[in-house]
Design a protein around this ligand. Structure first.
Ligand SMILES: NC(=O)C1=CN([C@@H]2O[C@H](COP(=O)(O)OP(=O)(O)OC[C@H]3O[C@@H](n4cnc5c(N)ncnc54)[C@H](OP(=O)(O)O)[C@@H]3O)[C@@H](O)[C@H]2O)[C@@H](O)CC1
Ligand SMILES: [K+]
Length: 486
């Protein structure tokens, strides 16, 4: 059993691949072995979470997820605990594994009840796993709401019931659990939906158990990539070794966004950082960051530079985009640059031919910007973030950083997308996106391949938030930028 952390590197498998893997694993073992192992793993984790529990409520559904619950209840009873099982299903329609485990729970002397116990110290959610086909309703929805409104911990079996294990979406109106009390133990494969969209909030702390089946020979859907390797700088290097970044943005009243991106590029390790401001009346120097070389955006020659374009760009950035797309040696497009491209077919054509020509290009949309670029709704993007990121990457021949909970980094068809696990809600504050764009710019300027530059910067950006002291002042974008070298 392994706890999944932001530093974990592993492949993710969708439901279809998980089914194939489960079939192959089951065929290689005596009947019911997988479910017995799954139930034992649930019981062990339950005992670790609530070692002094008097009552453990095990809510079991109509399929094999419920079977895992019966099996866990049997194992808990054997160890002196008092599980109370509530079962929502028909015994006659249970799959064979679950039926066998139901009998094992009965044989172990587990208590069965028609309604949840009046009090419990731990709830085990074994209602639905990867076989969820529709939103939970009636008693199932009520039981889930009851678990999630209780102050007692919840242990989800395989996936939180109702969560789409491929996309991480929860049915509309699903009760929203509190992360602190949530644990999920998932079996055989790590599923992408646990790590993006609503998955992270719904699952809480995630544990993985391969049920003794080892590594799998199936095509992963995506992966979690863990911490990037740190590469020490060689002693015989100089500022030219780390490249030039030019931030293009900061229209009237929005200079701060461009300065934040510049600061992040600087602290992220770029050799020299120019900030090309779009506001002709902008101050000629940032006295707080004199290392930043402030220029009029229209005067910068971007050939040989990495441009970070769009931060605080307003409408003004639009007129510069044809030149930026044409000349920048490497490019990060953010915010207003993306909005301008979404509204202009000619810029879209230019962007995709730039990518086709092999010029390193990263776009960093949040879901609304992604929806504009894909000409769909935010709901469509959030309903399947992996597909949205892959579609954008394919359409524009770029590396895509689709921001949000479980940021997705997608590249070409032969690159497995990555879901990033570092970061938290401290990043939900103005300017953190500008900082990310600057950090990616610094990594590109150091001539890292675009996908690696994006993945590493996203991870580091999140890690700063994860390591921000709980008792410190709130994390501001300025402070985030200054720690970009961490
Ligand atoms: N076999 C093994 O040894 C192992 C199995 N494992 C475990 O099996 C799980 C997969 O089992 P599974 O395929 O039976 O699917 P599961 O999620 O239990 O649900 C299917 C049932 O729910 C029903 N249903 C669907 N939605 C519903 C709703 N909203 N409200 C009410 N009912 C709803 C659906 O009915 P139907 O849609 O057909 O009407 C069907 O009856 C997997 O996640 C893991 O926990 C692992 O431990 C490895 C070892
Ligand atoms: K479940």
């Amino acid at each position: 059993m392994q706890r999944i952390t932001p530093a974990t590197a592993a492949d993710l498998f969708d439901i279809a691949a998980t089914r194939r893997i489960e079939q192959a694993a089951a065929a290689a073992l005596p009947a019911h072995t997988l479910m017995q192992r799954a139930g034992l793993a649930v019981a062990r984790l339950a005992m670790a979470i609530a070692p002094h529990a008097r009552t453990i409520w095990v809510a079991c559904g109509p399929g094999n997820n419920g079977g895992d619950g019966f099996e866990a209840a049997a194992q808990l009873r054997h160890r002196g605990f008092f599980p109370v099982v509530t079962f929502l299903g028909e015994e006659g329609r249970l799959p064979p594994d679950a039926k066998a485990s139901l009998q094992r729970a009965r044989d172990a002397g587990v208590t069965f009840a028609a309604t949840p116990p009046s009090a419990h110290e731990l709830a085990i959610d074994a209602l639905l796993g990867i076989g969820s086909t529709r939103p939970p309703e009636g008693a199932m929805a009520q039981w889930l709401a009851r678990m999630h409104s209780s102050s007692q911990p919840v242990l989800c079996v395989d996936v939180p019931s109702g969560l789409d294990a491929d996309t991480g979406t929860l049915p509309q109106g699903a009760s929203h659990p509190r992360e602190s009390a949530l644990t999920c133990i998932t079996f055989l494969t790590l599923k992408p939906g646990l790590f993006t969209a609503q998955g992270r909030d719904a699952a809480g702390t995630i544990w993985f158990d391969d049920l003794g089946c080892g590594a799998f020979k199936d095509r992963p859907t995506a992966r979690i990539a863990g911490a990037p390797d740190s590469q020490p700088r060689s002693h015989a290097s100089h500022k030219g070794s780390y490249g030039d970044v030019a931030v293009i943005g900061g229209a009237s009243g929005m200079a701060g966004a461009a300065l934040l991106a510049g600061s992040a590029a600087l602290h992220g390790g770029a050799g020299r950082v120019f900030v090309g401001l779009l506001d002709p009346n902008a101050a000629p120097v940032d006295t707080a960051q004199p290392e930043l070389m402030l220029r009029d955006a229209r005067t910068l020659d971007l050939s040989g530079m990495t441009a970070v374009c769009g931060c605080g760009g307003g409408e003004a950035v639009r007129e510069l985009l044809p030149n930026v797309l044409y000349t920048a040696a490497a490019l990060v497009l953010d915010a207003d640059a993306l909005n301008a491209i979404a509204a202009d077919g000619a810029l879209q054509t230019q962007l995709s031919s730039r990518g086709r020509d092999g010029a390193p290009t990263v776009i960093t949309p949040h879901p609304l910007e992604a929806a504009r670029l894909l000409n769909c709704t935010v709901g469509d993007v959030q309903g399947d973030r992996l597909t949205a990121a892959r579609d954008l990457a394919a359409r524009f021949n770029v590396v895509v950083v689709l921001k949000g909970s479980g940021t997705v980094i997608a590249g070409g068809a032969d690159t497995l997308p990555v879901i990033n696990l570092s970061g938290n809600a401290r990043l939900a504050t103005a300017g953190t996106g500008d900082v990310l764009a600057g950090m990616i710019g610094a990594a590109l300027a150091m001539r890292k391949p675009a996908f690696d530059a994006a993945r590493e910067a996203v991870w580091l950006h999140g890690r700063i938030a994860d390591t921000w002291p709980a008792d410190a002042a709130p994390l501001t974008a300025g402070a985030l930028a200054r720690r970009a070298s961490d």
